[in-house]
Ligand binder design. Structure first.
Ligand SMILES: O=C(O)CCC(=O)C(=O)O
Length: 287
């Protein structure tokens, strides 16, 4: 009992410090281009902004889609056993992060483009930690498990996920779906429920208020997934290939979880020679 009270006090103290820090950092946030201001406005009001690689036009890695398509062959080959043998107790498989970092460093570097970091920083309200990128193959196994269940991301109070579709994704093909922030939904509405499947969500928010994000290959979804209930819709008719970038503050609520995204420790020496001071801080100054 005493331990539970202590844990709750610790959590409250951490969150109070976080929000004070966030408030005092408001005047230090980096300036944004007009298109990027629109992104932040959408994320603050709805929780999500939908765009494309073409519209974003990230200068440091203009050919992300092409590079990722090469990596897709490796991902599909490396994970074919999991799909064929129907071993997938989860809902996705990922490219080995060491393979991704060594064979396709540009995919990792895209997430460190100054404009992307500025968007993440304005969204989080604090200097960002770059948790890394995963290259994910979501199965069409029609089971609502794992990230197909509705959830808030738990790494931090504000978490930015950037999801880049690498194939055309329709409503039955595992589209990202969310509940707009205007509903002010929290876990309090799901007391006693461990897993929020569509059925449970429908009792609280009718399905016609859910917002799905189908899109062509190259669609980019930028979301505050720490504050916005979301999931990948159960895929019925096809697999989905997507890159998933993640950012938090540099004192994340769940540090161990934040660290699981990418084994960047292994690359410290080599990245120290390649990255700018700001990029290195985003990758390492919180681990
Ligand atoms: O796969 C998706 O569209 C959502 C991913 C997700 O919810 C997550 O990684 O937390």
């Amino acid at each position: 009992m005493l331990n539970r009270v202590r844990a709750k006090l610790d959590r409250d103290l951490h969150s109070t410090k976080y929000y004070i820090h966030r408030l005092s950092n408001r005047s230090y946030l980096p300036p944004l281009f007009p298109l990027d201001r629109e992104i932040i406005r959408d994320i603050q009001t709805k929780g999500v902004h939908l765009t494309s690689l073409e519209k974003l036009d990230i200068a440091s890695v203009p050919d992300l889609e092409q590079i990722a398509n090469q990596a897709a062959h490796r991902l599909v080959f490396a994970t074919s056993a999991q799909v064929d043998q129907k071993e997938a107790s989860g809902c996705f498989a990922e490219l080995d992060p060491i393979d991704l970092m060594t064979q396709y460093p540009e995919i990792f570097r895209w997430g460190l483009d100054p404009r992307i970091l500025n968007i993440a920083e304005n969204c989080i309200g604090l200097p960002p930690a770059y948790l890394g990128v995963s290259f994910r193959r979501s199965f069409a196994n029609q089971r609502q498990v794992g990230t197909h269940l509705w959830h808030l991301d738990a790494e931090d109070y504000h978490v930015v996920r950037i999801i880049v579709y690498l194939n055309n994704v329709d409503l039955a093909g595992g589209a990202f779906e969310y509940i707009p922030r205007s509903h002010r939904l929290s876990y309090r509405s799901f007391k006693g429920i461990d897993s929020i499947a569509d059925q449970q969500m429908q009792r609280v928010i009718p399905a016609d208020k859910w917002k799905a994000c189908p899109g062509k290959a190259g669609t980019v979804i930028i979301a505050n997934t720490g504050q916005t209930f979301h999931h990948g819709k159960v895929s019925v008719n096809q697999e989905r290939l997507a890159l998933i970038y993640a950012y938090t503050s540099r004192q994340p609520k769940d540090l161990e979880l934040a660290k699981t995204h990418c084994p960047t420790e292994k690359f410290r020496e080599c990245l120290a020679e390649q990255l700018s001071e700001r990029e290195l801080s985003c990758v390492y100054d919180w681990r």
